[in-house]
Ligand binder design. Structure first.
Ligand code: PAF
Length: 286
């Protein structure tokens, strides 16, 4: 696997692969890779001939007071994992390479509606930062397909919308969340948890499965269900940022008639913010 740091080298390597008739797949990441990322690379190797990954901790998607500075940077270990997973090319640019004229005057991509509420409400500007960097990476690589984890459900919806709205000929694939044995969704931020917090963290997924089970059994009083579960989270030592039931495609608040649902949660354990979700299609065969 080759690692390149400039857009020029990236374009040259991708052009070479394309001239050999290879289909290009892309997995964007911020590094500190875990088994969830490896699953995305593995999936890409099954779908295309040439897999490109990126590692870039994108300052544009972090708000003031968020964890940009302490976000783990583990390039050597990440390169090893990518190599083992069958990745062909890693793009690991500097901030100056991605934003050579600085970020203040950078053209932004914003996806209205889907970016509002949920993580968009707690992290103003976050999805604009994500949509902008992903658009730049897509334009640099021009992959046939790109693969994202479903753990970031709202992010995936935003990216599907931007590709559709900006007519980018890129197939977007969402891959299921990879979980620890106790249900905790794998995340680079789990490394910030103390031993005691790590023991509490599976409560996030338990909340989602509890709500899903109640809905499957016919519960439709969503406000009461949500309020009860927020209290449970708080009793366990978490602080809920949001816990919501939404329509899985539009992300608008779910009504009792909706059949395709997603339950989404963000909760703080100390200063660490964990997110997770559970897609529940009531019309899907059991
Ligand atoms: O999900 C992430 O790791 C990031 O938001 C992404 C898609 C790599 C953009 O910086």
């Amino acid at each position: 696997m080759n690692t390149v740091k400039t857009v020029r080298e990236l374009r040259a390597a991708v052009a070479r692969a394309r001239s050999e008739g290879k289909r290009i797949g892309f997995v964007p990441t911020m590094g500190n890779l875990h088994s969830g990322h490896v699953a995305l690379i593995t999936k890409a190797t099954q779908r295309v001939d040439f897999v490109v990954a990126s590692i870039f901790v994108n300052p544009l998607q972090f708000g003031a007071g968020e964890d940009l500075d302490k976000y783990p940077r583990t390039l050597a270990a990440d390169q090893e994992k990518l190599l083992q997973a069958g990745c062909h090319l890693l793009f690991a640019p500097t901030v100056e390479e991605m934003y050579p004229d600085g970020m203040a005057g950078q053209t932004r991509v914003s996806v209205p509606q889907l970016s509002e509420g949920l993580c968009g409400a707690s992290r103003p500007g976050h999805f604009e930062g994500v949509a902008t960097v992903v658009s730049k990476l897509f334009n640099m690589i021009q992959p046939d397909l790109a693969i994202f984890g479903q753990k970031d459900f709202q992010q995936l919806a935003v990216i599907r919308a931007l590709v559709h709205d900006l007519n980018m000929p890129i197939q977007i694939i969402g891959e299921p969340t990879v979980r620890a044995a106790d249900g905790l969704a794998l995340s680079s931020r789990n490394g910030f948890l103390s031993e005691e917090q790590r023991a509490i963290a599976p409560e996030v997924y338990r909340t989602l499965t509890h709500i899903a089970a109640a809905i499957k059994q016919g519960e439709r009083d969503y406000p009461t269900l949500i309020n009860e579960q927020i209290k449970q989270l708080e009793a366990a030592g978490l602080r809920a940022d949001y816990l919501e039931i939404r329509h899985a495609l539009t992300l608008r608040p779910a009504t009792a008639e909706d059949r395709d649902l997603v339950i989404l949660v963000a909760a703080f354990l100390g200063t660490t913010r964990l997110i997770d979700n559970l897609h529940l299609n009531l019309d899907a065969p059991a």
